[in-house]
Design a protein around this ligand. Sequence first.
Ligand code: TXA
Ligand code: MG
Length: 359
Amino acid sequence: MSVTTRVLKVDAVRPDPAIIDEAAAALREGKLVAFPTETVYGLGANALDESAVAKIFVAKERPATDPLIVHIAHIGQLGSFAATIPSGARLLGLSFWAGPLTLILPKRSAIPDIVTAGLPNVALRVPIHRVARALVEMAGVPIAAPSANRFSRPSPTTADHVRADLDGRVDLILDAGPSDIGLESTIVDFTVAPPVVRRHGGVSLERLREVLPEIESGSAYGAVTAAQPAPGQFLRHYAPRSPLTLYVGDIGRVTDRLGKDIRTQVASGKRVGLLALEEDLLALAPALAAQAASGRVVTRPYGARSDVERSAKELFMALRSLDQEDLDAIFATAPDPEGLGRAIRDRLERAAEGNVILA
Ligand code: TXA
Ligand code: MG
């Protein structure tokens, strides 16, 4: 499949109705439209059009066993696509929509099987980004949209990321600048009791539990072939091209160990990437002064321990930028697994494909 990909700039705060109209028409015609959301960019198709949805899987090279999130305009549409809505799900929807939350519920037959990979459940979300909301409203149909990256690559937080992965595979990209949150939505599964978080994301577990204390924190890593409590939660995900090692634990011990390991690599002629929080880079600076001068350590800060929101926003950007370098290895640090830090840590553990060192 090869199409000419058009990119249209659109204001994130006051989207031009003519542009939204054009994108909505393209969706209704069965075309693929990549669009910004508050979490990451999505690759959208009319969720009610099976052949349009099929194009998403081809464009992303995504396995047909990995279901898609359906974006709707407001909570009032929930009943059209979900067969039953437990009171807890309604409560979360009322509390966090529009916003970075996805609910898994039993599906109605209006949603084609291809969207849910044959599962009897559908993932539904109401995005808050003005462009996304305007698009869903103007399209007049629900929009199936996974993150607009090639399968197993980091999610895109800018239109350039989308183009890098999907140029020639998507008809239209709406460019409204970088995504605010930078991590995907939190997914809560209401087909089990108590409900379980299947993917940590833009709404933290702490905030969810303020509204619904019984929510459980699932961690659903599995092999690519494994069948699916939370399909798509494969270990190989968000993977950069160079192997990534994640260091977690006491910060002092992490930076000691990391400093030593980087010096060893550089001494043996390797070129390494360092993806770390600002405080960790400061702590590492004395140990790495000589290596930094060698040009063999490519450093990418992403936010700070004192500012995990910025870490979330900058994470995928930093990962993709390290990917542009010719590196033998990437070393990373992560925030503590609480609040948004839990989602950041999860993405890095996946990027590390299990290669995690507890210092
Ligand atoms: O923030 C987001 O959620 C972004 C934006 C574009 O909305 N979308 C996104 O979609 O991250 P995607 O496809 O990259 O991730 C969706 C995850 C996948 O792991 C998929 O397996 C899971 O949601 N999922 C979708 N439908 C499901 C279902 N019916 N049951 C269980 N898991 C489901
Ligand atoms: Mg994705």
